[in-house]
Design a binder for this molecule. Structure first.
Ligand code: DX5
Ligand code: ZN
Length: 227
């Protein structure tokens, strides 16, 4: 992917968009030249909120070729991973906290990568970043949660930001290749700091869809994301 798109750039979360008109939302993002669309799958168990699942991801896939960046906030991802693979996302990220053993993590990652999809692992704000160090040579992306997962439009938890620099240092030191993404509470005021810490793919949702002029906001984020 690094060859296909130059990073950094934003991945736009549609969670706080007009979900009755997802097709229109995706079309608008395409017109505004957004390459990454972040889809927040929530099961009402792993997080206290429920959004959409496999049929909706499949449906979105059928009308866009943009990168679908699927964030699974679900319990027991190993049980559903093949179905999500069938919905043909480009990035498939599961939560470290939702998996029972090291072996299970490696099996999920292997299954995703075999399907030529990028395998991501996400950590909640209270999970120490060192917990995922043993997997970093296998995975393609780390999604650092900068809010408690479950809802869009929350305030960023600044004590999570240091995980981004730790990951960046670790990646450089061990010559690894994973993408560093961050999710939750990112806006036009803090995105520069997040990028400067080493984030390649900041997820932005409410700062765009909570605005009265989506196009202007996206252009602003594009300017702010340029190196
Ligand atoms: C939260 C989700 C995020 C969220 C984006 O559980 O994973 O993707 O929608 O955050 P905001 O809306 O704060 O940009
Ligand atoms: Zn997300």
């Amino acid at each position: 992917m690094k060859n296909k798109f130059s990073l950094p750039q934003i991945s736009v979360s549609i969670l706080n968009s007009d979900l009755c008109n997802i097709k229109e939302v995706v079309k608008t993002l395409e017109q505004l030249k957004i390459n990454f669309i972040h889809l927040d799958v929530m099961d009402g168990h792993f997080v206290p909120n429920l959004t959409f699942g496999i049929p909706v991801v499949k449906c979105i896939r059928s009308y866009t070729e943009r990168f679908l960046d699927v964030h699974l906030m679900i319990d027991n991802p190993i049980e559903y991973i093949k179905e999500y693979i069938n919905s043909q996302p480009n990035i498939l990220t599961f939560h470290y906290e939702a998996v029972k053993s090291k072996n299970e993590i490696l099996r999920i990652v292997e299954t995703i990568k075999k399907a030529k999809i990028l395998a991501g692992i996400s950590i909640k704000p209270t999970t120490p970043v060192k917990k995922i160090f043993p997997y970093l040579n296998h995975i393609d992306l780390v999604l650092v949660m900068t809010v408690e997962p479950g809802f869009g439009g929350q305030k960023i938890l600044s004590n999570c930001l240091n995980k981004i620099s730790v990951l960046r240092e670790h990646r450089d030191k061990h010559k690894l290749n994973f993408i560093i993404s961050a999710d939750g509470g990112i806006n036009e005021h803090n995105i520069r700091e997040i990028l400067s810490l080493g984030c390649d793919l900041p997820v932005v949702g409410n700062a765009i869809f909570g605005s009265s002029d989506i196009s202007k906001k996206i252009k602003l984020f594009r300017t702010l994301t340029l190196k």
